[in-house]
Design a protein around this ligand. Structure first.
Ligand SMILES: NC(=O)c1ccc[n+]([C@@H]2O[C@H](COP(=O)([O-])OP(=O)(O)OC[C@H]3O[C@@H](n4cnc5c(N)ncnc54)[C@H](OP(=O)(O)O)[C@@H]3O)[C@@H](O)[C@H]2O)c1
Length: 231
């Protein structure tokens, strides 16, 4: 992360997940990273999108510490014990859509609300992990209604927040970032072990992309190889 200041401070949200944990590991091994904090649903500073107060409280708990030069949100769900991605309209349900939007859209939006003010004014990047299947322009296969729509909505929120952020924090960069297919709990029911890259490889690729971003890139939707993705 050569573009960040010497002794930079980093925060990873969703640090209990495959990609979140990989980001924490890689940043811990980065010589000029002064600190990296990982937050998740069971960390000492707890953050759970099902409990709105925990988002503001987590930000408040960190506000007395150093400003962050890098914040990565690696939270998200595609399925759980009861939720499966929908194949057809007939599979849609209010409860499942609500759960996906809470985890992939509303929670991350509130993260931007509470954590963007913690960025360092000199040079800072906040990356929100999204997914290429959230691209409306790239949608050729259909299916996965709630996951796709929750990530499309996240992308809109990132873009909108980036416009607002640029007015007050001109040196900050806020982007939506697609990790590619990664072997993780999220991808496992969909052959993630076979078709997915190891989380550390994906996280390394994404840190390299983030390192090259400048304030001109704020509000963009990037892939793990640096390419701009269609909205
Ligand atoms: N894996 C892929 O192939 C792939 C592809 C495209 C995009 N992505 C995106 O990459 C991101 C990370 O995915 P991953 O593969 O690392 O998944 P993962 O291993 O399942 O990790 C997901 C993370 O999200 C957290 N989380 C879920 N619901 C939450 C909630 N309500 N409140 C707070 N935290 C919550 C999990 O916490 P717990 O540990 O407490 O459950 C975990 O830390 C996601 O945004 C995903 O959509 C992944």
């Amino acid at each position: 992360m050569d573009s960040l200041p010497e002794q930079f401070h980093a925060l990873v949200i969703g640090a209990s997940g495959a990609l979140g944990a990989a980001f924490v590991d890689l940043l811990r091994d980065t010589p000029h990273c002064a600190s990296v904090q990982g937050l998740h649903r069971n960390s000492s500073i707890r953050l759970d999108f099902a409990d709105e107060n925990t988002i503001a409280e987590a930000a408040q708990a960190l506000a007395g510490g150093p400003r962050f030069h890098l914040i990565i949100n690696a939270t998200g769900i595609l399925h759980d014990g009861t939720i499966k991605p929908e194949k057809r309209l007939a599979d849609l349900s209010y409860a499942n859509m609500q759960a996906l939007f809470q985890a992939n859209t509303i929670g991350p939006a509130l993260l931007m609300r509470h954590f963007l003010p913690l960025l360092d004014g000199e040079r800072a990047i906040m990356a929100m992990l999204s997914a290429k299947v959230g691209s409306i322009g790239d949608n050729r296969l259909g299916g996965w209604y709630s996951y796709r729509a929750s990530k499309s909505a996240l992308n809109m929120l990132v873009r909108t927040a980036a416009i607002e952020l640029a007015r007050s924090q001109k040196n900050s960069v806020l982007v939506a970032l697609h990790p590619g297919t990664v072997n993780s709990r999220l991808s496992r029911p969909f052959h993630g072990e076979v078709i997915g890259r190891p989380a550390h490889v994906a996280a390394r690729d994404m840190l390299d992309v983030l390192d090259k971003l400048t304030p001109n890139d704020t509000g963009s939707f990037r892939s793990y190889d640096g390419a701009s993705l269609p909205w």
